[in-house]
Design a protein around this ligand. Sequence first.
Ligand code: NAD
Length: 266
Amino acid sequence: MTAATDTIADYTPKVAIVTGAAKGIGRAIALRLADDGFDVVVNDIPQQLASLQELVDLIKAKGKNAVAVVGDVSVEEDVERLVAETVQVLGGVDVMIANAGTGGFGTIFNVDMNNFDRVIAVNLRGVVLCYKYAAIQMRKQKRGGRLIAASSVLGKKAVPNLQAYCASKFGVRAVSQSVAQELLPYKITVNTYAPGLILTDMTDSPKDAVLGGKHGSHIKSLFNRTPDAPDAEPPVVASIVSYLCKPEAYFVNGQSISVCGGLTMD
Ligand code: NAD
């Protein structure tokens, strides 16, 4: 057997956690991973419990197990409990999708530092906490694993009036490159997805109205793109994440994969 085949054989994933799963990209990832054969723990903030429970029912209808665990990814105890409950109910963790995220616009002249801190706490600190507790568990299991987080095309090239969001998404890539190197001995890969304009609540701006009303027009204008520039639905991102979770993706590590219709190229 070759070394590559050994690496694939060590990793036979069964259980995934998806944060920020109540809607948008996280929800699509949870459903896709259930289709791929995973039992899935879905997380979001407590206010989203009803949506999480509906998602749990949809996953169970596909014949896979699912559990909702509410909690704030920026709170260390919540993330520790998320992983602990997953292990208790489903027996382990093979895949952590640190997807939860938040945003907020503002010029540097009136930047609200409470909002700045909140965006960094959810988007960056939250990813670090998800990586930490999943990695501790995966190291114990000795069967490899996948840590995957949401970056963004805005984590590769910044646009105006989104200082905190861009900083957090650049930071997610930096953390992921660092952790990917640390976890090489454990056969745990660490990658990020970097979506462009995906049609979710996050990109549904009131400022779309002044640009003709099409969902995403305001964000596209930040890239100097017209409302007709490419966009996509959440399952397009879930498809890339699905691949990264597979045994055959063992050789993709420390990468940030753009799914953006060519909005930016690197
Ligand atoms: P969304 O707003 O539709 O969903 C985000 C989910 O995260 C929500 O359900 C929200 O309740 C949850 N969440 C927020 N704070 C949380 C916290 N502290 N703890 C737990 N859950 C929390 O957003 P989306 O468009 O589906 O985005 C998902 C991820 O992809 C985010 O990290 C986002 O930054 C990133 N992303 C989105 C786009 C896009 O075009 N939609 C582009 C690039 C990156």
